[in-house]
Design a protein around this ligand. Structure first.
Ligand code: PLP
Ligand code: ZN
Length: 473
C-alpha cells in the first residue's frame, strides 16, 4: 500500500519492504523503517526533477569542471541523486576514477582481448570507493545539521569519513574499529585525519552493533551503509563506468561483497536508469564473498534465499544467524575489508540480484591473494578485498558462467597501498612471514610472487643477481 504522505521535496525515504512501503521525509535521520524495521531507500519523484535525456549530458559538464560540483564524479550526476540543493552538496573532489581496459589480465583470466575493464576506485581521495558514498552521507549530515558523525569500520569507511570531517570541518567524527583486524594503511588514515578512534575488543560485526546502539541513544549521525544516503553516492560508480564505455552497457559487473552496500547501490542505479530510459539493458551482477565470510553465498546458493518479489524469506536469514551465534562463528579472511558475517544490506543485495539477474560466489584467500598479485603485475594494483572481483571472474570463467567474449567490468574497490603488509608477505619468500600471515588463512602457495633478491654489497654479486638476460625474457 502506498503511503499518502506528501513530501515537500522531490526526494523522500521509503521502506523497501513491499508490504510496508512507508515514506519519510529526507530531513529525517533514519537507518531503518520505524514502522517495520526494514532498510530504507532514497526515492525520487522523477516528474519533479529535470533529468537529462541522455547520459552524455553529464559528461559534458567536464567543460565546466572549475565548478566543484561538475568536477565531482558524484555530483556531476546530481539529477540522479537529487535529495539536496546544490548549495548543500559536500565534495572533496571524489570520483576522479578511471576505467582501464586490461588485455593482459584478460588473457590470464581466459578472456578475449578487449573484453575486460577494471574500474579503479582506489583513485579516490581516501583511496577507496567509500568516498562516493561519504560525499552523499556527508551532504545529508550537513543538511540535518549533524555535529558529530560516526561509523564502524573494517578500515576504509573510517578513513573516508575521517577525511570528509577533516577536510570540510562541517562535523567531528568518531570511528569504531575491531581490534587487530584493521590494515595499517587504513588505521593510519583515521588517526592522521584526526578522527576519534575507538578500538573495540571485538570484530567488525561487534563494532557495528555497538555504534548503531550508541547512535540511536545520542545525537550522533551514523555513516555506515545502513544510511540510505550513502548508497546514493555509490550509484555513481556505475554511471562513470557507463560514461567510460560510451553508454555501451557491459555484460557483467563483478564486485566484492562485504556489507553488501556497493552491490545494492549498483542494482538500484540500473533499476533507476532503466526506469528513466537512460540504458537499453541491464548488466548481470556477480557479487563475490571471501569464503571465510561467505554468508551471502551460503544464503543464496545453499539456502535458496531470494528477493522473492519483495518478500525475502526472513526466517532463512534468522536461522542462519542463529546458527552462526550457536557455533560462535566469526568471519575470517585476509581480505579484511569484506570480513563481515552479518551484512547489513542483505535484503537490498537480494533486490540487486533480482534486478540484474545476478549470481553470488565465494573465493578462498588463496584465490584472492593470487588474483591480487596478478592485478598488481598487470594493472593498477589493489588491496586484497578488491581482488575478490578478479578471483571471482576466474571462477566464473572456469565454470562457464561467463563466456570469453562477454564484456566484463571488475570493480577494484581499494588502493594497493591500503594493506602493504600482506603484499610484502606474499611476495617475500620469508618463511616466518608466511607462517605468521599466510598459512593460518590457508594460503599455502605464492605462485605469482616476485620476491626481492638479497645480495652482498659487491659489484659482481649484484650483477649476477640483476641477471639482465632473465629480465628481458
Ligand atoms: C567496504 C569495502 C568492500 C565491501 O563493500 P560493501 O559495500 O561493504 O559490500 C570491498 N572492498 C573494499 C576495499 C572496501 O573498502
Ligand atoms: Zn517499513
Amino acid at each position: 500500500m502506498m503511503s499518502a504522505t506528501v513530501h515537500m521535496n522531490s526526494a523522500f525515504q521509503q521502506c523497501i519492504n513491499l508490504d510496508c512501503r512507508a515514506t519519510y521525509d529526507v530531513g529525517q535521520v533514519l537507518t531503518s523503517c520505524p514502522g517495520c524495521g526494514s532498510l530504507l531507500d532514497v526515492s525520487y519523484d522523477w516528474n519533479r526533477i529535470a533529468v537529462p535525456s541522455s547520459l552524455g549530458a553529464f559528461r559534458d559538464r567536464w567543460s565546466s569542471r572549475r565548478n566543484p560540483l561538475d568536477f565531482s564524479g558524484v555530483w556531476r550526476f546530481r539529477e540522479l541523486l537529487r535529495f539536496a540543493r546544490d548549495d548543500q552538496f559536500v565534495t572533496i573532489g571524489e570520483g576522479q576514477t578511471l576505467l582501464q581496459q586490461n588485455d593482459r589480465l584478460a588473457t590470464l583470466c581466459r578472456m578475449k582481448p578487449g573484453t575486460l575493464f577494471l574500474q579503479y576506485e582506489g583513485l579516490n581521495p581516501s583511496g577507496s570507493f567509500k568516498d562516493n558514498g561519504m560525499a552523499a552521507a556527508s551532504t545529508h549530515a550537513r543538511m540535518v545539521g549533524a555535529a558529530i558523525t560516526a561509523c564502524a569500520s573494517t578500515g576504509n569507511t573510517s578513513a573516508s569519513l575521517a577525511i570528509y570531517a577533516g577536510v570540510t570541518g562541517y562535523f567531528r567524527c568518531l570511528v569504531f574499529v575491531g581490534s587487530g583486524r584493521i590494515a595499517y594503511g587504513k588505521l593510519s588514515q583515521a588517526l592522521d585525519y584526526g578522527a576519534r578512534t575507538i578500538q573495540i575488543r571485538g570484530d567488525f560485526d561487534d563494532a557495528l552493533a555497538r555504534v548503531r546502539q550508541i547512535c540511536e541513544k545520542h545525537p550522533i549521525y551514523l555513516c555506515n551503509s545502513v544510511n540510505p544516503f550513502r548508497l546514493e553516492g555509490q550509484k555513481t560508480i556505475m554511471y562513470r563506468v557507463l560514461e567510460a564505455l560510451d553508454g555501451d552497457v557491459p555484460d557483467w559487473i563483478i564486485v566484492p561483497g562485504g556489507n553488501l552496500g556497493n552491490c545494492s547501490a549498483f542494482g538500484k542505479a540500473f533499476l533507476e536508469l532503466a526506469q528513466l530510459g537512460l540504458v537499453d539493458r541491464i548488466p548481470r551482477l556477480a557479487v563475490i564473498n571471501a569464503a571465510g565470510a561467505g554468508t551471502f553465498d551460503q544464503l543464496v546458493n545453499r539456502d535458496s534465499l531470494s528477493w522473492n518479489d519483495g518478500r525475502p524469506q526472513t526466517d532463512i536469514i534468522g536461522d542462519y544467524y542463529a546458527e552462526l551465534d550457536r557455533r560462535g562463528a566469526r568471519a575470517t579472511t585476509l581480505a579484511s575489508a569484506i570480513e563481515i558475517n552479518q551484512p547489513v544490506n542483505l535484503t537490498k543485495a537480494l533486490r540487486a540480484l533480482s534486478v540484474c539477474n545476478g549470481v553470488v560466489r565465494a573465493v578462498s584467500d588463496q584465490e584472492i591473494l593470487d588474483a591480487r598479485a596478478l592485478i598488481g603485475a598487470n594493472g593498477f594494483g589493489c588491496e586484497p578485498a578488491s581482488a575478490a572481483s578478479i578471483a571471482g571472474l576466474r571462477l566464473l570463467r572456469n565454470t562457464g558462467v561467463i563466456a570469453e567474449t562477454d564484456r566484463v567490468v571488475c570493480i577494484l574497490t581499494g588502493h594497493q597501498l591500503k594493506d602493504p603488509d600482506l603484499t610484502v608477505a606474499y611476495h617475500s619468500g620469508d618463511a616466518d612471514l608466511h607462517a605468521k600471515k599466510l598459512r593460518p588463512a590457508g594460503v599455502l602457495s605464492t605462485a605469482f610472487a616476485n620476491p626481492p633478491v638479497v645480495v652482498d654489497n659487491d659489484e659482481s654479486a649484484i650483477l649476477e643477481a640483476v641477471d639482465l638476460p632473465a629480465i628481458m625474457r
